[in-house]
Design a protein around this ligand. Structure first.
Ligand SMILES: Cc1ncc(COP(=O)(O)O)c(C=O)c1O
Length: 387
């Protein structure tokens, strides 16, 4: 299985944001810059997903489409098999992406000016969309000790208790710090949100991408008596199909469903995406097992490489995601200088930690979902540049 993940995939003339449009992230990127930035993998999609798309293309009309019973069965089956979570088909709403859904949820469930809690350093579109929707960012920063992150519940309670704070967007597993939250941590978040009437939205897009010894608990599955928690999911990260632009938003409460529908209206996902999701969620377990072991191998490689060749850098093994969060602060460069060195001297594009919030100072996020040879080359270029 590892062999398929070692194969280089074609990266030219495929409209790839990661490979061909690096300049949208940093205009200094060159055509031969090695990209370790945006969360896309350099692996081919699983064969059943590609076959399902091709087979759907053999049917000539590609018209407006809606999920059928088989679609809902596939999604429900995945949630049941992976997380022992029974979700009803009528509680699943498709959207064209998790970020799109978060925007819709903010508009539908909060009023202008109200506060939305996020836990920085965090996936930076959270802050961007809160600003875009003219709501207020309320940061509950994640404390860290030697790269090990936790939650500050006293601060969370303080911020949630403000009547102007009405929503929290939880990132679970967390991008970029890689935490898979424990049941205890999740239960405390729920308890605080419930006590202060804060609507909890859990972005669980990375929920399948776990290290070998980790278990992910969808926060809503821990609270069957509370139907208000909304979960954003998608097969896009797991099966490398973000371009299909489909996500599944799980809304269990009837009043919240009504507000969602009032915001989004009827949506018609691409029939190619519907076919791809059905195949991904019913025929690709073995592929995913292979992927996860390959990622474990890449993280072990990263860890060894840092110990041997980038001795001042520090990276705690992430419990989930395929994103490493490396602390380069001991090299003594400012974030701007470090990004310049990585781009102009090492010729690699990572993501500067401060994009994720000021708490990311000194860190860089590296995407290791690529053939080991690519990772090795990039790390060697970084080691030479920083030596
Ligand atoms: C936490 C998180 N949420 C959402 C997204 C993007 O989701 P989508 O492409 O479905 O909008 C990403 C992409 O990296 C992510 O890491």
């Amino acid at each position: 299985m590892a062999v398929i993940f070692d194969q280089p995939v074609s990266t030219a003339h495929i409209n790839s944001v990661k490979w061909e449009f690096m300049h949208i992230q940093d205009t200094r990127a060159k055509p031969d810059t090695l990209p370790f930035w945006i969360a896309d993998m350099d692996f081919a999609c699983p064969a059943p997903v590609l076959e399902a798309i091709k087979s759907r293309c053999n049917t000539l009309p590609i018209g407006y489409s809606m999920p059928d019973a088989a679609y809902y069965e596939a999604v429900c089956g995945w949630l049941q098999n992976r997380f022992s979570w029974e979700v009803k088909a009528q509680d699943i709403f498709t959207s064209s992406g998790v970020v799109r859904a978060l925007i819709d949820l903010i508009y539908a469930l909060t009023a202008p000016g109200e506060g939305v809690i996020i836990q920085q350093p965090v996936y930076y579109p959270f802050a961007a969309i809160i600003r875009h929707c003219k709501r207020t960012i309320i940061n509950n920063p994640l404390p860290q000790h030697a790269g090990n992150y936790s939650m500050d519940f006293a601060d969370l309670e303080d911020k949630a208790s403000n009547p102007e704070t009405t929503m929290m967007i939880l990132c679970s597993p967390h991008n970029p710090v890689g935490r898979v939250w424990t049941t205890n941590e999740l239960e405390q978040v729920v308890q605080i949100c419930r006590k202060h009437g804060v609507q909890l939205i859990s972005d669980e897009i990375h929920f399948d991408l776990l290290r070998n010894d980790q278990t992910h608990y969808p926060v809503a599955s821990l609270c069957p008596d509370d139907d208000t928690i909304i979960t954003c999911t998608s097969p896009s990260k797991t099966f490398n199909m973000a371009g299909m632009q489909i996500s599944n938003i799980l809304i269990h409460n009837k009043k919240l469903q009504k507000k969602w529908r009032a915001q989004t209206g009827e949506t018609f996902p691409s029939p190619l995406a519907l076919a791809a999701v059905k195949a991904a969620y019913t025929q690709c377990d073995d592929w995913l097992t292979g992927l996860l072991r390959y990622l474990d191998g890449n993280f072990a490689f990263l860890e060894n490489f840092l110990q041997e060749h980038l001795t001042k850098a520090h990276c705690v093994l992430p419990q989930g995601t395929y994103l490493g969060w490396i602390d380069f602060s001991a090299y003594g460069h400012s974030d701007k200088e470090l990004t310049t060195i990585l781009l102009e001297k090492a010729n690699v594009l990572l993501e500067s930690g401060t994009i994720f919030g000021k708490e990311g100072k000194g860190f860089q996020r590296i995407n290791v979902a690529c053939p080991k040879a690519t990772l090795k080359k990039g790390l060697e270029q970084i080691a030479t540049a920083l030596s």
